[in-house]
Structures are given as structure tokens and as C-alpha cells.
Ligand binder design. Structure first.
Ligand SMILES: [Zn+2]
Length: 236
């Protein structure tokens, strides 16, 4: 595994500058960062259209917790750590950082950053309502804690097939495997609107939604997961 570069950490810190509840002014900070690499406004959020519109990757721009600055972020080994009192919003800032990198390297991929996921998927519902006749076949949310989940079910409802999850887990490598214990994220909304294969994969954060403990953003997934020509794969 390669050691993350200083530039990498600068980007990680910049994206985590604020906790950003839905509708708060602080959400604009990450929206502006993504617009600097080609995202444009769309129903429910911002999007970077790719040449492939059958596959969407998503990460949401809002976070849980009290709005405000993360003043005491520090790097601890391979983790970003907060003040121990507030969550740092790594859910889903970790996913946004992956979208930011992919926007600069993968013109084929369509990258969607909805708002309001933590309030029931408000942004994704708006998008699906506005694009009912042109929804993607496959939606991969980059919004799962930990290091090895390829989610097949959200709130016990199946959102992708076992065959799809197994294939994606093989592409991702490492410890990735199908996992039926998903809760809810944006891809579940697309599933309800008819997208066929909708999953959520681990992007390396821990302690989601947990103030009172040091929230940590595992950069493992951000640094080393890439998407190959035929889908996700783990970079060597
Ligand atoms: Zn999330």
C-alpha cells in the first residue's frame, strides 16, 4: 500500500473543514470544491456527467451533527481524527473525496453528489423524479463504513443481485465481500425508482454519526481504491 502524499492529506483536510447538515450554508463548501472539477447543478444536488450514463457513482454532500468548523482535525497515522466531541463528517466526506479524484481522471463515469441523504434521501428523490425516464441501470454509492462491504440489502430489502455483488467484490479485491446488513443510502432511492443493480460499498470511515468519540476517516479506501475500465478495482 502506498503512503498517502501531502497533497492527498491537504485535500482530505479541506473536504473535512466543516460539518454540513442538510440545508446549512456549510454544504456549499464541498459543492464549490466539486464544481471546481466539473460538477454542475442538477435536480437534488450536483453532477459530473460522464459518457457512461448507465452507471452512477454517488456520495452525499450533507453530514449529521451540529453545523460548524472542524477546528481540531489532525492526522493520526492513516486516520483523520477530530476533537473527540463532534463527528467530523467522514460520512460521507470520504465518498466525496473519491468523486473529486475520479472527476479528474475518469471522463467516462457519471458522478452524482446529492444533498439530504441524512434526511431520507431528499436529493436522490428529487433527481429520480426529474429523470424518471432516463435513470441509470447501476448505482454504486460510496457511503458505507469500514473496509469490506458490498451491500446487497438496505433495510432488509434487496437492492442488488448476489451475482452483481460477487462480481463487484472480486473487482474491488482486498476484503470486499457481499454484505446484506445495509441500512439506507442514496442507491436505495434509485432502486425504488427502478434502477436494477444498486449497492453501497465501504469507503474506509469508522464511527459514523458518533459524537463523543474520535471519529476517524480511514483513508485506506480513499487512497487505494480506484475504478478500472470495467468497474471498480483495488489499485496495487
Ligand atoms: Zn452517509
Amino acid at each position: 500500500m502506498e503512503t498517502p502524499t501531502p497533497t492527498f492529506w491537504e485535500i482530505v483536510l479541506e473536504f473535512h473543514r466543516y460539518r454540513r447538515p442538510y440545508g446549512s450554508e456549510y454544504e456549499h463548501h464541498v459543492v464549490a470544491l466539486l464544481q471546481s472539477v466539473g460538477f454542475v447543478p442538477c435536480a437534488g444536488g450536483i453532477i459530473r456527467w460522464g459518457t457512461n450514463r448507465e452507471l452512477f457513482l454517488t456520495a452525499h454532500t450533507d453530514t449529521v451533527g451540529v453545523a460548524g468548523a472542524n477546528n481540531l482535525l489532525r492526522v493520526d497515522g492513516r486516520f483523520l481524527v477530530g476533537d473527540g466531541l463532534h463527528n467530523i463528517g467522514a460520512d460521507d466526506t470520504a465518498g466525496l473525496i473519491i468523486l473529486y479524484h475520479l472527476a479528474q481522471t475518469r471522463p467516462d463515469l457519471t458522478l452524482f453528489a446529492p444533498t439530504g441523504e441524512e434526511c431520507g434521501g431528499i436529493g436522490s428523490r428529487e433527481f429520480c423524479e426529474a429523470h424518471r425516464d432516463a435513470l441509470p441501470r447501476v448505482v454504486i454509492s460510496l457511503d458505507r463504513r469500514g473496509y469490506g462491504s458490498v451491500i446487497t440489502h438496505q433495510r432488509q430489502e434487496r437492492t442488488c443481485s448476489d451475482a452483481f455483488a460477487q462480481q463487484l467484490a472480486r473487482m474491488l479485491g482486498r476484503d470486499y465481500a457481499p454484505d446484506d446488513t445495509g441500512l439506507f443510502t442514496d442507491s436505495a432511492v434509485f432502486s425504488r425508482y427502478g434502477s436494477l443493480e444498486c449497492t453501497n460499498i465501504s469507503v474506509g470511515y469508522e464511527n459514523a454519526h458518533c459524537p463523543g468519540r474520535a471519529s476517524r476517516c480511514g483513508v485506506f479506501g480513499v487512497a487505494d481504491t480506484a475504478i478500472g475500465a470495467d468497474g471498480f478495482h483495488a489499485a496495487s
